[in-house]
Each structure stands twice: as C-alpha cells, then as structure tokens.
Design a protein around this ligand. Sequence first.
Ligand code: ADP
Ligand code: MG
Length: 332
Amino acid sequence: RACQHKISLAQAVLDTTAALKELIENALDAGATQIDVCIKGPSALDLLQVMDNGCGIDERDFLYVCKPSYTSKLHTFEELGSVRTLGFRGEALASLCLLGNVKLITKTAEAKRGSCLSFDHTGNVTKIETVARERGTTVVVTELFEAFPVRRESQKKATKRETTRMVDCIQQFALVSTGVRFALSIDGKRILKTQGHGSLLDSIAQLFSSMTVSSLIPMDTHQIQSFHDARITGFVSKPEKACARSATDRQYVFFRSRPIEMRKLCSLVTRIYQKQVGQNSYPLLFLYIELQDGTFDINIATDKRQLLIHDADRFLEACTSYFCELWKVKDY
Ligand code: ADP
Ligand code: MG
C-alpha cells in the first residue's frame, strides 16, 4: 500500500512543466501578486525555483507541508464541490520531495524571520535554518527525477519542447491572473516579464506583440438566447488571411481563473474560421468561459484540466451559430 501511494505520487508530477504548474498554482493560492520563476539546466532538471510574495507558510505547518495528502485548503469533504483554490489535493509538494530535492524558504507576515526548510524524499523536514527574507515563499527543486533515470533522460532529450511548454504554461497563467506580475529567467537570461495590471489586451501585448492585439476582435456570446446559463467572452482573430498562423498555438481557454483544455470547442471554432479564411489558417483564441454551478464537471487529469459541460452538444451548437455570425460564415 505504501508502495502504491508512492507510485501515485510519482504520477502526480510527470514532467518539469507539470511541476512548474503546481508551484505557480500554489503561489496564486497563497495570494501572490508577484511570481518569479527561475530555471537552470536542460528541462529545469538542475534548478526549478518559484518565488512568490504570498502569505507564506506558518511555523506550525512546517512539519506537514510536504507530507502526502496535507493541504491547508480543504477542511471538510463537503467543500470539495465548491473549491475555489487551484490546489486542494495536497500532492504536489509531497511528490516533488519524492522526485527531487526540495527546499522551502518562507516567511509569514507575523514571523520575525524567514525559515529555510530542507526535506527528505518522504517529505520529512531534515533541517530548519533561519534566514532573512520578505513575506512569501520560495520553492527550490534541484535534481528533479534523479532517482528516475528513464524520465530524467527523456526530459533531457526533450529540452526544447519542455522549455516551450514551460513558457506557454507561464503565459497562460499570466493571461488569466490579472494583478499578478510574472517573470521567467532561464539559465540566468530574462525570457519573460509582465506588468500585472491593465486589461487582457495589455497582457496579450506584453506577452506577444501589439501586432497580435491589432489582429483581434472582441467577442461576447452574452446576447445569444440559446446559451441561457453559459457565456463566452474574450478575443479572437479577425477573419482575415493576413493574421492567420500556421499552427494551433495561441488558442487559450480559461474557466474560473484557470487555463483549461477544451479541444472540441477549439477545433470547432477553428473549422468555422477556416471556412471563411482558408484551410491552413488558424485563429488566435482567448476565450473565457462562464458557467452556472451544477452545469459542468472539472476533470483533473495529471497535468491538464478538462471542462465537461452538461448538454455539451447544445452548447457547441450555440457556439457554432455565434461564431458563424461573428465571422460572417454562411453555409457551415
Ligand atoms: P495543495 O495545493 O493541494 O494544498 P500542495 O502539496 O501543493 O497541496 O501544497 C501543500 C500545502 O503547502 C498547501 O496546502 C499550502 O498550505 C502550503 N503551500 C504550498 N506552497 C505554498 C506557497 N507558495 N505559499 C504558501 N503556502 C504554500
Ligand atoms: Mg498545490
């Protein structure tokens, strides 16, 4: 049974992007307004560090934070249906301890000084040192996957792809977390930085380009009758060949402040766009979905969140007529 638990913990974080995503979610849950990510070595295997200015970790929790199933975010089973925080399973830190070397440097508003905690692979604290730092938490993961040579090797081989995925992960959170500044440096080089204020369009301009912004039009399904309890707002490409791209990247869907995966919706919308603009054109999509409680399920796969909408066919039909109208597509 202990072994089984270990396997499921090891499965909770499959690659460095998944680890990064968990650490960003923790920082956001802690109320951070600034998140600095530092990566070193191929696929962040030498160093993955996420620093935030959030609430910090209370001294009383030091012994438990990295233990399997420890979470400060869920107090009763009933709360499970209404979780608003990004994490609640208490798996991320425990699995990172299993997969690499973890240190936490943290300080709450009340604490006089900061603490640097070292952990062993089972999440036990092995050392506590007093350090100077401002309020917040820094998670430092080194030697990720050291005891898992196959995974470590495959991560090393996929460095380029993994780096793209990590940048994309930060961009997604930066787009949806208004009021939070993000920065990323890879091997000491600043790759990305956002201001953390202003509109979604400002964030798009900072992350991509002002060219990108000028190729977009706003959308809002608000007026559509058949939507009833659902709404999509955001920005999509103008129906013009000039701004079409050759790949399906930059198609983002967000739900309740989380980036989510909605393949069906994206490919439907892409097909409608292509009807107007041409086969090899792909629209940029920045879609925010709003749904009433009780009309959806969130299915949390290892590193992706899938949104399952009840009565999805009706929803997709309503989307079809909305986007056909928006892009002036007649015979879809
Ligand atoms: P979960 O997020 O599901 O609760 P984690 O393993 O990701 O589980 O984190 C365990 C606990 O550690 C959290 O519930 C939280 O109390 C604490 N924690 C983790 N990261 C941070 C952080 N950046 N700032 C403050 N507390 C944190
Ligand atoms: Mg978490």
